[in-house]
Design a protein around this ligand. Sequence first.
Ligand SMILES: Cc1cn([C@H]2C[C@H](O)[C@@H](COP(=O)(O)OP(=O)(O)O[C@H]3O[C@@H](C)C(=O)[C@@H](O)[C@H]3O)O2)c(=O)[nH]c1=O
Length: 188
Amino acid sequence: MQIRDLGLEGVKEIIPKRFGDARGFFSETYNQKQFEAENLPTNWVQDNHSLSADAYVLRGLHFQTNPMAQDKLVRVISGQVFDVAVDIRKNSPDYGKWVGLKLCAEQGNQILVPKGYAHGFLTLTPNAQVVYKVTALYAPENDRSIAWNDSEVGIEWPLDGQVPQLSEKDASAPKLSEIDNNFIYLKS
Ligand SMILES: Cc1cn([C@H]2C[C@H](O)[C@@H](COP(=O)(O)OP(=O)(O)O[C@H]3O[C@@H](C)C(=O)[C@@H](O)[C@H]3O)O2)c(=O)[nH]c1=O
């Protein structure tokens, strides 16, 4: 697998090797030993799968507070998304900075979004299926959203003038500066 730093601490693109042949391809999408060797998380406890029917569905920005903060290992198995991680660790020099990466089924590339980051994605095609592993179980009482269009974060979503389709929760999410950040995972 190839690993590439994306410019914010701990946020990485991971590109698993694909073995192509006349039938198609084979790929290990996660290998515990290789992750250990690269000091990447291995304590995955839940796998998630979402389907977004339309292009320009926007899910996020989401995170869980301590002690249920999650690392996320995200990939796309159908279609394409623009995936974003925002550093929300208030003791980080990069607090409020974001990084975006296109994930697509054709390539099978993944993004590792560590604890202390908010995560979201915009679908770029219909029928975008996203699968991801997380290192803490879903805990609704720890689940938080930050507004996708918070001007202080300033994410440049590739919306091409479209209005994104949001959940009710995400449509009414507060700005990053309005979040009670007492329970947000901090930079060590
Ligand atoms: C996230 C999650 C949701 N659910 C339930 C709660 C709710 O009824 C339904 C839909 O939840 P949501 O609207 O939060 O789903 P969604 O907007 O897809 O939330 C996801 O967004 C991306 C960007 C992430 O980073 C994920 O961690 C997760 O927060 O699924 C679970 O049962 N387990 C889970 O782990």
